[in-house]
Write a protein that binds this ligand. Structure first.
Ligand code: ADP
Length: 735
């Protein structure tokens, strides 16, 4: 009886501990395993003690990895010693486990050679005794080890071998936990090898199994893989959602390494989207809370990135110390490319600070190493910087030569913003040289590119706003799930919830307002400057300018006007529905009549026939509804087939919940693959010379519909015309 009782208690404790361990609830796992060990030492068999010691060693080594604390490895090692010292000859299976646990600890301590020795030994025993499960687990560990050591090819081979063995000997449905181990490794090594297509496949598989198994660490791994793959495909919104989820989960289980990885990745994406504040917040969190856990290479990258952000924000005094720190660390570690990059940045910042001597010194030093290193990132910055320094010192020929080289390097390195800088600098240099035709050519290129660049920048900022919103949603979702899991939902008073939602909405509005401000002031101001100077030059130097130059100035003015229109449209977009317009019951037929008056000229010129059914009333803001209808009608006329007058029909249907309005035309239609895209701001399907427009109309329509609690969509076929639909709630909320 006693022994049966013992077995049951031991088994229960070990099972509990393993279960907690799997979910990475390390404290609980530890408590259960420690009680089990007390039991085993007092009344258990050597096998009990052995098994429990191995489990404890594994718990401690994971704990060491999570908390990035080496002391836990010592504890893990002590348990392994206890297991080894037992007066008991273990079966091959146990021998393999002991070696495996030892190798894992050495692997985490980056003792790669020792670890692979143990693994090879263990693999030989496992293969000889046909212990397939152990073999697969060993292969996975070995592959992981090689991956962290940078030997991706070998790691890939080992991962493939693990996968093949699994497929040959195991039934997936009955061995999902083992499958998850193999998939984790596969997904990670595929990312390292930049085979994103297959990484995604394994990432997805892993995500679903880990959720099914409630295995948080693997779920985090899967989320990170998906995030990285999405980011490489420029799907930043999705990438950020995955990172956010991985971050929250890593923090929950105290997994510091992946917490740091998530924060750094998110910061990098934010910086890419020109959201400097959020990027800085995350970099700072890493620097403040996890600094001691970063290796020097990561620290250098972070210092350089933070410095760059401040340099872009035109705060050279703040940027300066960051580049300085990056430089010191890079030199300490003998990392020449990193040190040269830091010097190039530092020189740029010194130029901005007016410290010309120091700037020149640094740039020359950097140039020397870049010459030896060949064309790598940073050389373009340094060349342009040297060009600017020569320009300032009046050596125009050298400045021109350097700027040209900088431009070419920037082109090869696909660095748009340096290219723009180069064109601007070249224009200034040639203007000073008195070579106006050349200066104009460069200026024209500069204006064209900066226009495209600002547009891209705006697009990214919009994407950033979308991401903000999506992350809030995701955060809410995660919080909600956590709450449900912990039965805490009841604690949240309804009032609190509403307050929270209101706060979030206010914050969103704040963000948009902020954006509108940036768009209107910060962007319009330099634009005005370009426009005015172009006019001044034509006025003052009018007779000296040849015809070409005059045409070019014409282009500038035209570009400025177009950009102004874009900005106005953008402002309209951000402020749509911001007014305190009263909502009222409106006759749709009356709204259509108003719109027809607004579009009178367009209708007459195009010979458009507009037929309108009897339409229901809707409850809405008048100007919003007019704007919505007007955008749809003017598009229906604008995108007509050449030589065929537009025929437009407006109809509506209604059920208990929604009024749905249809605007049907006989125009050029839209290909299936573009149907979603056209509602995204600035997305257009045609060249401006074909059909005028800014690409903002439908984005506004979508916002209006969202604001009114409805939605908008389109059905269309190329050559057969389009039908735009929007639906509005019959009983909208008063808000
Ligand atoms: P814009 O009209 O200023 O270019 P919109 O946001 O209104 O911008 O429309 C986006 C794109 O959607 C247009 O450039 C056009 O390619 C397509 N589109 C919109 N309405 C129609 C329509 N009725 N028929 C065909 N294409 C359309």
């Amino acid at each position: 009886m006693a022994s049966l009782k013992r077995t049951i208690q031991m088994d229960t404790l070990l099972q509990d501990s393993r279960e907690h361990f799997r979910k990475r609830m390390l404290k609980k796992a530890l408590v259960a395993a420690q009680i089990a060990l007390d039991f085993a030492r007092k009344e258990g068999s050597p096998e009990d003690v052995f098994t429990t010691c191995i489990l404890l060693a594994r718990i401690f080594s994971v704990n060491a990895r999570y908390a990035m604390n080496g002391l836990f490895y010592k504890k893990a090692e002590a348990f392994l010693e206890e297991a080894e010292s037992l007066n008991w000859v273990p079966e091959p299976e146990f021998k393999v486990r002991l070696l495996h646990a030892k190798a894992d600890i050495k692997g985490f301590q980056v003792k790669v050679n020792e670890a692979s020795e143990d693994l090879n030994l263990a693999l030989a025993i496992a293969q000889k005794n046909i212990l397939k499960e152990e073999e697969i687990k060993l292969l996975v560990s070995y592959a992981y080890l090689e991956m962290t050591a940078g030997n991706y090819e070998h790691s890939m081979q080992l991962s493939d071998q693990a996968l093949d063995t699994f497929r040959e000997f195991f039934d997936y449905e009955k061995n999902k936990s083992l499958a998850a181990e193999v998939y984790t490794q596969m997904a990670q090594v595929l990312v390292k090898k930049a085979d994103y297509y297959h990484a995604l496949e394994f990432g997805q598989l892993l995500l679903s199994i880990s959720r099914e198994l409630n295995d948080t660490e693997k779920e985090i791994n899967a989320l990170m893989v998906m995030a990285i793959v999405s980011a490489t495909k420029a799907n930043y919104k999705i990438a950020m959602q995955y990172f956010q989820e991985a971050l929250v989960k890593s923090q929950n289980i105290g997994y510091q390494q992946s917490t740091v990885d998530c924060l750094i990745n998110m910061a990098t994406i934010y910086a890419h989207l020109y959201n400097y504040d959020d990027a800085l917040a995350r970099y700072n969190e890493v620097l403040e809370n996890y600094r001691s856990q970063l290796d020097d290479a990561s620290l250098i990258a972070i210092y350089n990135n933070v410095g760059n952000i401040y340099a872009s924000k035109e705060e050279p005094d703040v940027a300066h110390p960051y580049f300085e720190k990056a430089l010191i660390l890079a030199e300490k570690n003998n990392l020449v490319p990193e040190a040269s990059l830091a010097k190039a940045h530092l020189s740029r910042v010194c130029t901005a600070q007016g410290e010309i001597r120091k700037a020149t010194e640094l740039a020359l030093e950097a140039a020397k190493s870049f010459n030896e290193l060949g064309l790598i990132n940073g050389s373009q910055i340094n060349l342009l910087n040297l060009a600017e320094l020569s320009y300032r010192q009046g050596d125009l020929d050298q400045a021109a030569e350097l700027a040209m080289m900088g431009k070419e390097a920037a082109e090869k390195l696909l660095d748009d913003s340096s290219q723009i800088k180069a064109w601007q600098l070249l224009a200034a240099i040639f203007e000073k040289k008195g070579d106006f035709p050349k200066a104009h050519t460069y200026l024209k290129e500069f204006v064209k590119r900066s226009e495209a660049f600002s547009k891209m920048q705006l697009n990214r900022q919009f994407l950033d706003l979308e991401i903000k919103n999506a992350l809030r949603e995701k955060q809410k979702e995660i919080e909600q799930l956590t709450k449900e899991n912990e039965y805490q939902a009841l604690l949240l008073e309804k009032g609190d919830q509403i307050k929270k939602q209101n706060d979030e909405l206010l914050q969103m509005n704040e963000d948009l307002k902020q954006f509108a401000y940036v768009a209107s002031h910060d962007l319009k101001e330099p634009l005005r400057m370009i426009g005015s100077y172009a006019q001044i030059i034509t006025r003052i130097y009018g007779d000296k300018l040849d015809d070409n130059a005059k045409t070019y100035f014409g282009y500038i003015t035209e570009g400025v006007t177009r950009m102004n229109h874009l900005l106005d449209a953008l402002l309209k977009y951000t402020t749509v529905g911001k007014s305190d317009e009263e909502f009222e019951e409106l006759e749709l037929n009356y709204i259509v009549d108003i719109v027809k008056v607004h579009l009178k000229v367009l209708i007459e010129e195009s010979g458009a026939q507009i037929t309108v059914d009897e339409l229901p009333d809707v409850y809405s803001g008048k100007s919003l509804l007019i704007l919505l209808m007007q955008n749809l009608l003017s598009n229906a006329i604008k995108f007509r087939k050449p030589d065929i007058p537009p025929q437009i029909h407006i109809s509506a249907s209604q059920n208990d919940e929604f009024v749905t309005v249809k605007v049907q035309d006989n125009g050029i239609g839209i290909a299936k693959e573009h149907l979603d895209r056209i509602f995204v701001i600035f997305q257009r399907l045609h060249a401006r010379s074909e059909y005028e427009g800014t690409g903002i109309g439908l984005a506004i329509c979508q916002r209006i519909c969202q604001r009114l609690g409805g939605k908008i969509w389109v059905e269309s076929e190329p050559g057969k015309g389009s039908s735009f639909y929007f639906s509005l709630p019959v009983h909208p909320l008063e808000s």
